[in-house]
Ligand binder design. Structure first.
Ligand SMILES: *Cc1c(COP(=O)(O)O)cnc(C)c1O
Length: 370
C-alpha cells in the first residue's frame, strides 16, 4: 500500500545515538549524551517526589483541557487560558499547526538549516516548502519576506535557531511582524527561551496583543528537563488557539506530564540553577574553542555549534568522540557538514570533552599549517 505521493521522498526521523547502544558498541561504562539538548542537570526534585502521587488513577483519561496547568501557565504568562494549546511536546504543536493551516496549493517559509519538523510536517500536508539559507547562523529575514506570497500560510522563526543557537532579536522580530502580510501565521519557536541571556530578545508574549497572526511555541523538554514526559505548548490569539484545539487530539498530554509540568513551573530554583550553570559552562566552552582556533555561532541556548577546520568533517569528530563515550551531533545530519552541535553538559563532563577535542584537533591544526 502506497502512502501519499510525498512519502516516496521521506524517511522516519533518525534520532541521536542512544546511550545503551553506544555502551555495547564500544564496551564503555560511562556515556555522556550531548546530542539532543536535554538538561544535563536532570529535572526538579520536587517533580520526582510528586510523581508517585500522580499515578493513583491511571485508569482514568487525563483532563483533556489540562485545566490546572492551563490556568497556572496562563497566569504566569499574563494571557488567558483560551490562548493556549498543549501538545505531546512542542513537536506535536508544530504538527497541529501544519494540519490546521497547510494543504496542497499553499506554501510555508522557513530557514535552512533549522528544526526539521516544520518541513517534515508541512510536506505531509502537501504544502510547498520554501527554505531560505541562514546567514552566519542567523535567519535571513529579508530573504524570507521575499519568499512570502498570497499562498503563504505559515512562516517559521526558530528563535534561538536549532542547530546554530542564534536568536532573532527584537528588531528582526518587529521587522517580520510589521512586514509580513497578515494572512500569514508567524510561528516563533522558542524551545530554548529560558536560556536566553541577551537583552535584545523580543518580548514575544507581550507582542500577542499587537499581532493577531503570531504563535509562540515553548516546551518543558529543554530547560525544565522533562523531555521524556513529552509536553509543550503554543500561545496565540484566542481565534488561532481555538482552531488549533479543534485539530488537537482530545487526550494528547498525559496525566503524569500535566501534573509534572505544573510542579516544574513552580520550582523556580531548579530552573534558575540550570540556567546559570549552563551560562557559565557555555562561556568556558566557547573560550576553549576560541583558544583552539575554532569559531562558534552566537548561541542563546544550551548548545553550541562548533565550526571545524576545512580539513575536518563533522562526522569524523562525531565518530571520534563517540568512541570515547561522548555522543554529540554531527553537522552532517543537520544540513551543515563542516561542524558539530554539542549540548553544554555538566562541568566535569565538559572538561573531559575539551581534553578530547584538543587531543584530536590540535595535531590536525598543525598539519593544516604545513
Ligand atoms: C527540542 C526542540 C523542540 C521540540 O521539543 P519537544 O517539546 O520536546 O517536542 C522544538 N523546537 C526546537 C527548535 C527544538 O530544538
Amino acid at each position: 500500500m502506497n502512502g501519499k505521493e510525498i512519502f516516496k521522498h521521506m524517511s522516519p526521523y533518525k534520532p541521536g545515538k542512544q546511550i545503551e547502544e553506544v555502551k555495547k558498541e564500544f564496551g564503555l561504562e560511562k556515556i555522556v549524551k550531548l546530542a539532543s539538548n536535554e538538561n544535563p542537570f536532570g529535572y526538579s526534585e520536587k517533580v520526582k517526589e510528586s510523581i508517585p502521587n500522580l499515578i493513583d488513577h491511571l485508569e482514568v483519561y487525563p483532563d483533556g483541557y489540562n485545566t490546572e496547568l492551563r490556568n497556572t501557565l496562563a497566569h504566569k504568562l499574563g494571557v488567558t487560558g483560551e490562548q493556549l494549546v498543549f501538545g505531546c511536546g512542542s513537536d506535536e504543536v508544530v504538527d497541529i499547526i501544519c494540519r490546521t493551516y497547510l494543504e496542497s496549493g499553499t506554501n510555508t517559509v522557513m530557514a535552512t538549516p533549522t528544526f526539521p519538523q516544520y518541513k517534515h510536517n508541512a510536506l505531509i500536508q502537501g504544502a510547498e516548502t520554501r527554505e531560505v539559507p541562514l546567514v552566519d547562523g542567523y535567519h535571513n529575514l529579508e530573504g524570507m519576506l521575499k519568499e512570502v506570497d498570497k499562498d503563504t500560510r505559515v512562516l517559521w522563526l526558530c528563535s534561538p535557531n536549532n542547530p546554530t543557537g542564534c536568536l532573532v532579536d527584537e528588531q528582526g522580530f518587529e521587522k517580520i511582524m510589521n512586514e509580513c502580510p497578515s494572512h500569514v501565521l508567524v510561528v516563533v519557536d522558542e524551545a530554548y527561551y529560558e536560556y536566553i541571556t541577551t537583552k535584545d530578545a523580543p518580548d514575544s508574549i507581550k507582542a500577542l496583543d499587537k499581532y493577531p497572526n503570531l504563535v509562540i511555541l515553548r516546551t518543558f523538554s529543554k530547560a525544565y528537563g522533562l523531555a521524556g514526559l513529552r509536553i509543550g505548548y503554543g500561545v496565540s490569539s484566542k481565534e488561532i488557539s481555538t482552531l488549533l484545539n479543534i485539530t488537537r487530539g482530545p487526550f494528547n498530554t498525559t496525566t503524569i506530564a500535566q501534573g509534572s509540568a505544573l510542579i516544574a513551573l513552580k520550582d523556580e530554583q531548579f530552573l534558575q540553577d540550570s540556567i546559570s550553570r549552563n551560562t557559565k559552562n557555555k562561556k568556558e566552552f566557547i573560550d576553549f574553542c576560541n583558544e583552539l582556533g575554532l569559531t562558534t555561532y552566537d548561541s542563546q541556548t544550551n548548545f553550541v555549534f562548533v565550526k571545524l577546520p576545512s580539513n575536518v568533517s563533522g562526522d569524523e569528530v562525531f565518530e571520534f568522540l563517540l568512541s570515547k563515550g561522548y555522543i554529540v551531533r554531527s553537522g552532517e545530519a543537520l544540513g551543515h557538514p563542516n561542524g558539530v552541535r554539542i549540548t553544554i553538559g555538566a562541568q566535569s563532563d565538559m572538561t573531559v570533552l575539551q581534553q578530547l577535542l584538543s587531543s584530536y584537533l590540535a595535531p590536525l591544526k598543525e598539519e593544516n599549517k604545513k
